[in-house]
Ligand binder design. Sequence first.
Ligand SMILES: [Fe+2]
Length: 313
Amino acid sequence: MATLADPTPDYTILPEMADDIFTAPLARPAHVAEDWLEPRQADYTAEDHGVWDDLFARQLDILPGRAASAFMTGLEKLDLGRGGVPEFGQLSQELRQLTGWSVVPVPMLIPDHVFFWHLANRRFPAGNFIRTRETFDYIQEPDVFHDVFGHVPMLTDPVYADYMQEYGRAGWKAMRYNRLKALGALYWYTVEFGLILEGGKDLRAYGAGILSGPTEVRFAVEAQSPNRIMLNVDRVMRTDYVISDLQPTYFVVESFEDLYRQTVERDFDRLYRSLPAGFTYANSAVIDVDNVLHRGSQEYHLRGGRGSGARPV
Ligand SMILES: [Fe+2]
């Protein structure tokens, strides 16, 4: 039996989670097995397909000039705007030819060790359901629009595709040291809310949390409020994050090669041994070692953030 203590884990085998590892408590629905995969993708109604099309059109009004070139290219390569919720089988076939990834349906958020296992095997778990008109602007649980529109285009970029697989593999070590929270922060500040400085001058978003919604694209790339700091993996893994509001701080990569290099070259054993269990830095903090691109006014959050009526400026 493969265990997390194995120095060279077999990534094809679902890792066993020890009882003392902290992770979000999720109840597995009766109809899914330990891999948490749905037997098949959902049947979407005409209304569901219409929601996808309207969300797609809204994002396409906002994204040019603000989304990373790799993302825009990925959208085109996969023709995600062909109409309606994409069919995962066909999408996977196209993606497999480009970078060897596939997209697999899951019912909801899945446990960390299962998520890492899928990523380590180049499978991207995507929420099966789609939001309704009532939750058109914001949902907390990732749906098929967030997961497929937000994440999948970036998986057409070969270097980014490798980064995502390495991230999955890094999960084994994080579980061994009980530092899933720290690795979660890295995911949050890159895969969900990452920015890239293209050609050393053009700030663009590549994080799915930014790209799949209407408000955060402009806020992340153009607003005065948030800090924008060049990414340093050690620093990011010590930084707290906000789940239910716009980010006070974004971390910026020079290139996806740089992101990949910083992650694979980092000695995570040493890092985890020195990391405290909780976060060291507040999500709005700017610290001495930071390479700051923009020091934010934090006006939006100082005025109360989401629900306060503060404008995201
Ligand atoms: Fe996501």
